[in-house]
Design a protein around this ligand. Structure first.
Ligand code: MG
Length: 219
């Protein structure tokens, strides 16, 4: 075992002290599940981690690729200044609708725009709206490398690119996985690009299912 294992008690300590959910965030998953949205959202400490990264980067404009039901969207939007802006891309119409409702309920509609459609199509139309200070990628894994390519174009030097599920449920090290190979290989390709692209300084942070965090060089 390398480092300190995250026991239940340690995890509860971290969340209780650094990443407590308010009632709105706490109630969102059950409501999303009732409406048929899968509960594959980020965890509270990941939400707080994204806020820390945003504050460190002085983020005023954020791009989210994959909003699901808006749980991460709300963590991100809450770390924006009042005149900040978050564009959230979501391919699934129901998920986009639930995200919009949750954003409105959180009083964040003036900062957040949910765009519905295929992420690659929407990303290709974003040139005039950048540069972004942070891009958070948490969508279909086969698309990750392409999303990263767009993020590198759209995020300013000194800005951040973050990819979720970078540990692939602990299986990312498997070179020839016998199950979930497409999922694992897609994450491996993304991580490799994050690790080796000369435009980035990055690391895989073992938080929840892993977040690969890269800073765009030149800031
Ligand atoms: Mg995820």
């Amino acid at each position: 075992m390398k480092g300190t294992p995250i026991t239940e008690r340690l995890y509860d300590y971290i969340v209780a002290n650094f990443a407590q959910e308010d009632d709105l965030l706490r109630n969102m998953p059950a409501e999303a599940e009732r409406r048929g949205v899968p509960l594959i959202h980020i965890s509270p400490e990941q939400g707080k981690f994204l806020q820390v990264l945003m504050k460190a980067a002085g983020a005023r404009k954020v791009l989210e690729i994959g909003a699901l039901f808006g749980y991460s969207t709300i963590w991100l939007a809450r770390a924006l200044p009042e005149d900040g802006r978050l564009i959230a891309l979501e391919v699934h119409p129901l998920h986009a609708q639930v995200t919009r409702e949750n954003v409105a309920r959180a009083g964040l509609a003036h900062k957040v725009e949910v765009r519905e459609g295929n992420a690659l199509d929407l990303l290709a139309q974003l040139d005039g709206e950048g540069p972004f200070d942070l891009a958070f990628i948490d969508a279909d894994k086969p698309g990750y490398v392409s999303y990263l390519e767009h993020a590198l174009r759209l995020v300013r030097p000194g800005g951040l690119i973050v990819g979720d599920n970078a540990s692939a449920q602990g299986n990312v090290w498997k070179v020839d996985a016998d199950s979930d190979a497409e999922f694992i290989n897609a994450i491996r390709a993304f991580n490799e690009r994050m690790a080796t692209d000369p435009r980035l300084v990055s690391v895989l942070v073992p938080i929840a299912d892993g977040m690969c965090v890269g800073v765009v060089n030149g800031g």
